[in-house]
Design a protein around this ligand. Sequence first.
Ligand SMILES: [Zn+2]
Length: 401
Amino acid sequence: MANPLVIDTDTHVFEPLEHFDRYLPELYKHRSPRVFRDQWGIIRVLMEGRLYPDPSITVYEAHEKLRGQDNGGCTHDHNAHAGNVHGQADHHQHGNDGETGLIEGVAMAMGRPGVTDPKARVADLAQEGIDIQIVFGSLCFAACTLHDLDFALAFCRGCNDYVAEFCSSAPDKFKAVSVVPLQDVPAAIAEMRRTVKDLGVVGVSIPPSLPGKNLDHPDFYPFYAEAQALNLAVGIHWGNGTYLPGAGTERFQKHFYNHVVGHPFEQMLALTSIVCGGILERFPELRFGFLESGCGWVTYWMWRLDEEYRCRSLEVPRMKDKPSEYLKRGNCFFGCSPDESLIPSVVSTAGAGSIVFSSDYPHTDGSFPNTVRTIRDRLDLSDDVKNKILGDNAARFFGLG
Ligand SMILES: [Zn+2]
């Protein structure tokens, strides 16, 4: 029997910031993101008068510690999607000449030329045994915090055009996900339609919340209605350092804490809003993916939500069933890391149909070139479950054949 498709549900490219103006209309070319180094040598992006990643999240101690040291082969996390942008800036501005290229204080060690080179990326897919990558951008996660609505739409269009262009180089292997300015719902709907119709995207990315609004806010109903009508996957993805709300991060100043706390706690809050705020009740065909936070938290959070519902269901009238039941209906998907010990637990609670494989390529969070093998070699998952996680579930989530 042929191996089933392997679909990697959370991967990234870096927008070409040093010439992003190419992707902006004439009116906004002069507002294209500016890239430079700060006083610690860390590359920052200036846009709308703000720096990305947010410089109040400090990393300079690590930067100073690493400066001058041989960081070859470092596999530390750098993450922070805004930070990832720096990698590309470094690559282009310095010719990838062997300079360490520090991102958020940690050795860049990006390693994979597939960050910007589609051909190299295809080779990496072959080495991993991945058939399809779902491709997100990086700085694009800043879209929903931009203040100028017209610029936010232009920025989204530029990001989406770039990602689609990248994916068009190998359209059977790369499937694009778009970003939309959700702070401006009519514009978000228009851009979502455009990216489906003109660019062939397989999903739309939204943040776990917007400043002042959770995902169950009625303002977003028309957006969900349209996504459901388009049969489009909705991926929920946070971006550290992008000025999006970050649960608990107001208590910390260092990237380590912001990153380790922000991603999973924001996903828990997003899931709470979508389930308990009645979004899955109102839009029963809509499919959501909760990404870049592992999946182990799901078991605990299902129990926690059910427990609360048992005592206080009258306070959440938009939800007609207990929370865990919504998660078993087959339209919520959780990105796992291949080495997560709690995958079997999530299989037994949310179901084997709810977990999707994600490598986070090309981020050093991942374990290239062993991400697929890590799943395949596990002794605590059946072959059937592995096939679901590696491809079947993602095919259902993104509507791929
Ligand atoms: Zn990601």
